[in-house]
Ligand binder design. Sequence first.
Ligand code: UTP
Length: 484
Amino acid sequence: MSTAVDRELAERLDAAGQSHLVRALEALDGDSRATLGAQLRELDLDLIGRLIDRFVIESGEPPVEGAIEPGDAIPLAQGRAGHVEAQLAREAGDRLVAEGKVALVLLAGGQGTRLGFAGPKGEFPFAPVTGRTLFDHLTAKVAAIRARHGAHLPLYVLTSPVNDDETRRDFRERGYFGLDPATVRFVVQGTLPAVDLDSGRILLEAPDRLALSPDGHGGLLPALRRSGALDQMAGEGVETIFTFQVDNPLVRVAKPELLGHHVLAGADMSSVVVRKRWPGERMGVVARVGGRTAVVEYSDLPDALAEQRDADGELVFWGGSIAVHAIQRAFVERLTAGPAGDGTGLPFHRAVKRVPHVGPDGVLVQPDAPNAVKFETFLFDALPLAERTATVEAARAEEFSPVKNAAGDDSPESARRDPNRLYAGWLEAAGVHVAHAEDGEPVDLEIDPRLADDADTLAERIPQGLAIDGPTALGPDGEPITFR
Ligand code: UTP
């Protein structure tokens, strides 16, 4: 017979309608009981109770409140060379980086369920010639910008408890991909328990472990506060945080146009958008909701609005968010000023998922249909809380080709094709012959971001007399590695 469980904890769980967890504790002893007990004491049962009332008992996302109106993105036409404001913005953005006022945040938490890759998404070997990983490629972009500006530009990597150990191990074993380890910092996002879809009971993934999942990319904000990263940034003179996602190899890290428009507008939070390809594309759009800037998810945008076109036949709600943001550190401090740093004011969302769990008889259940609700906050939900925002259009073909799904759109296949086309265009513009296959697609190409991350730089640095007849990776000094 095991000893009594912590009375105070048991009472709190009973009051929260989670008595099955008291029984689960009673069935354990020794280390197992201590493990589960520690997890249970960490839970914010008040918050979880509110989430269950809202999303399980009432079930469903609240509707978007307020009229949805088009966003006010600065179109690409105004971002091209020769445009005076664009030039000023680029210079302001570059200055901000050079002055050491920017920190980079790479969002690399979450679970990567759709891609189905075992391990952190950042370790996915997306590159078609060398099999280089996303972490390797994106950190090379960071190195390139640091070198160009001679700037400190610290890199914070957001991980989740699911992939934190493995991510740190990968960085360590690969020598931080050539970055100074002191400038690469890991921040772990929080978790929330998954609950049963019908009863709202918190699920166990093992007899002594809760089924916890990452709290969404909005979890970045409290995690920056909790981890001390915000204070560290303040101490280093960082004013603006540039966030980007691990699954987009084409991302323009520290995009000067975004940073520049952001500071010139005195914005709290700003975003990059690309043109949606079709009305129903599964992309959130940056719009105005009730007079404030917001990302409206594709599922919340009424068809009539999604399909609306202007006199030129262009979509009125065209600005698809690619989850690249500039955020003022002071704004994050304001949002996380609550006692535990959790009072971000970001709304929660629900996701209905399949979650393996321990059944009442103690046996692990592998559900074949969605059985659980997970709770998440989204970073873009900070936009309506900002006093001022800026939104900047980027060329999709140049800056966005994410690896989200195992196949089809936004998959390893498209994230191979799109950079191939982009790099072939850069090379051909620089006068280099590039071989194409019979279907018209160029051969597989890689360009190390430290060699060039745009057409003009490549044209300046490309080795003389280069011709590309087969799959080729150009290294940081332009040396071609050809595979036939
Ligand atoms: P996604 O929304 O695509 O989620 O993340 P995911 O976890 O990678 O994949 P799915 O939905 O399970 O298939 C977009 C970006 O936000 C980060 C991811 O690492 C990715 O860069 N992210 C997502 C977090 O950092 N934390 C989260 O809780 C969720």
